[in-house]
Design a protein around this ligand. Structure first.
Ligand SMILES: C[S@@+](CC[C@H](N)C(=O)[O-])C[C@H]1O[C@@H](n2cnc3c(N)ncnc32)[C@H](O)[C@@H]1O
Length: 214
């Protein structure tokens, strides 16, 4: 299958940035209590339903994968960038990390109890987002949990607005429109958190959507 250009561009950009990105998050999510709260809620729902495999999709250097492991989840990480995966494997040789794309996951149908996609849909052009959402649904078991996080904008008439992210062209999304798309794909929204930017972040709100696969 021919790979869309945006995957090649995103992979190449993150391969170059991987070491620096890992340094930026050397403290994990210590400075992001609201993000940790949503990840904690996600983990609690997965555990309450009996645990089971979880994938951190677009895991980058693996700091969130590591946090989810500390919260008692059976988690593995997947990322487009081989450099990111190499850094993640070095940091946590005891966890599973694989190169892969959310547009076509090498994961069986209905095999996951949970999935996170933390700031990893932001480089997906809007016309490709339905395919990614369909992959989220395909790999999750009925009742499985999904946490999607992204830079947001507040104009629901537009699904996405592009912005000049320092690594690669990126899109910030309308939380309402992403929730509508996921609902139409086969998810029920459980909760959402839209927070103000932290110091050092761009002046955009940040959205965290927690959903359950129907
Ligand atoms: C902004 S970083 C986020 C990393 C990490 N999830 C975090 O919260 O810090 C975006 C990551 O998503 C990955 N990514 C982008 N598009 C992807 C795709 N289609 N499939 C898998 N990973 C992807 C990039 O390689 C990069 O590591």
């Amino acid at each position: 299958m021919i790979e869309p250009d945006f995957l090649h561009t995103t992979r190449t950009a993150y391969d170059v940035w991987a070491a620096r990105y890992a340094e930026l998050f050397a403290n994990g999510l210590e400075d992001f209590p609201l993000d940790r709260a949503m990840l904690g809620a996600f983990a609690a729902f997965v555990r309450a339903d009996g645990g089971g495999p979880v994938a951190d999709l677009g895991c980058g250097p693996g700091h969130v994968t590591s946090l989810l492991d500390s919260l008692g989840l059976d988690v593995s990480g997947i990322d487009l960038s081989p450099e990111m995966i190499s850094i993640a494997r070095t940091a946590r040789p005891d966890l599973r990390f694989e190169v892969g794309s959310m547009t076509a996951l090498d994961i069986g149908d209905g095999t996951l109890s949970g999935a996170t996609a933390r700031y990893s849909i932001i480089h997906t052009p809007p016309e490709h987002l339905p395919r990614v959402c369909a992959e989220f649904r395909r790999v999750l078991a009925p009742g499985g949990h999904l946490l999607v996080s992204f830079q947001a904008h507040d104009d629901p008439s537009e699904l996405a607005e592009s912005f000049d992210h320092k690594v690669a062209l990126a899109y910030r999304w309308s939380p309402d429109r992403v929730a509508d798309l996921l609902t139409a794909t086969g998810f029920t929204e459980k909760a959402r958190l839209v927070r103000a930017p932290m110091e050092d972040e761009r002046q955009f709100p940040h959205a965290h959507l927690l959903l359950t696969r129907t």
